[in-house]
Design a protein around this ligand. Structure first.
Ligand code: GH3
Ligand code: MG
Ligand code: MG
Ligand code: MG
Length: 309
């Protein structure tokens, strides 16, 4: 129909459809005391395929948000009996970032706009509003939220292997120094990786990196941070684990890894790694990494496919 009208390009229509496709997975919470206004907002949202949940008060909104962590957007009116919309926003921003929970304030009084936004709302809509503005503001807010998420992923998730980046690792552990005795770092470097590239080509090298990273994630990712440190070098931050337990875990992984071939487009390859371990004393992470790196060098010197601390 839109295309027949000939007003919009195919690209524009494709974008509309992509948004509807996104919306069906987006949970929106409405906090609004008036039944009529609430049902009206709900209807507008459901027309655009959003999943909608309703509450009548700010306090109730807090409870629902604590229970349902996958709510992405809150649309909140100002006037509510126990906790008004603007104070609700203050409370929520103590816990939720804008990219995790977007908030749009609603009120008839335009002077509340600045208050909502200063308190941390992403946007504000004055009542009564036209439908088109309502949808535009919601789309803009969700698009911005998607963009922030995408930027976060680009900065913190390695594109090839999907483990965390070096940048993520440092932003999380840079200031770490008090975990004396129960925080160990493992630096892993794949053995003779250059040979894989030289023999089978760079693409096969990439496949090996992906499989190796997913093995690390499977073994340690549920509890610990796995990051790609450089080309074929990875780091695992064993926070809360002493060095003896870390050695046991890593040794089990090493044995598992050396026995299980990596399936690639060039056939099955056995890929081993060397590992240097170091535990936090009372120094900063850079010094711990230096010690882990020295241990890794020692592991290579001793013949590779081994763990040294
Ligand atoms: P060693 O046992 O001493 O670690 O030998 P090695 O061959 O693994 O070490 P070296 O540092 O000489 O070679 C690492 C190679 O990793 C060189 C580089 O071209 C390759 N490399 C780095 N990043 C990537 C990548 O993203 N993909 C592929 N395929 N290769 C990469
Ligand atoms: Mg290396
Ligand atoms: Mg090397
Ligand atoms: Mg290597």
């Amino acid at each position: 129909y839109i295309l027949k009208e000939n007003r919009y390009s195919y690209q524009y229509v494709a974008k509309l459809i992509a948004r509807l496709y996104r919306n069906k997975d987006v949970k929106v919470l409405i906090a609004e005391q008036s039944v009529i206004s609430r049902k009206f907002v709900k209807l507008l949202l459901e027309q655009h395929l959003f999943q909608v949940i309703e509450v009548e008060d700010g306090a109730e909104a807090l409870t629902v948000l604590a229970e349902q962590k996958d709510i992405r957007l809150l649309i909140t009116d100002y006037d509510m009996p126990n906790l008004n919309g603007a104070d609700l926003v203050i409370k929520l921003r103590e816990e939720y970032e804008r990219e995790d929970l977007a908030i749009i304030g609603l009120a008839s009084d335009a002077s509340l706009s600045a208050r909502f936004i200063k308190n941390g709302a992403n946007d504000f809509l004055q009542k009564p509003f036209v439908h088109e503005e309502f949808h535009c503001r919601i789309n803009n807010t969700l698009d911005a939220q998607d963009m922030m998420k995408m930027l976060w992923e680009k900065a913190n998730r390695d594109f090839l292997t999907k483990v965390f980046t070096r940048r993520y690792f440092f932003s999380h552990y840079q200031d770490e120094h008090e975990e004396q005795g129960c925080f160990s770092l493992a630096l892993l470097d794949i053995d003779f990786f250059k040979k894989v590239n030289d023999t089978h080509g760079h693409d096969v090298g990439d496949e090996v990196l992906m499989v190796f990273a997913s093995r690390l994630t499977e073994a340690f990712g549920h509890k610990f941070t796995v990051a790609r440190f450089g080309g074929e070098e990875f780091v695992v931050a064993f926070k809360g684990l002493d060095i003896e337990k870390t050695i046991t875990l890593m040794e089990a992984f090493r044995q598992h890894n050396e026995q299980k071939s990596v399936k690639t487009s060039a056939g099955e390859l056995i890929v081993t790694f060397s590992c240097g371990l170091a535990a936090f004393g009372d120094e900063l992470i850079d010094d711990v990494l230096i010690r882990a790196d020295e241990a890794l060098y020692e592991a290579k010197q001793q013949g590779r496919n081994r763990i040294v601390m």
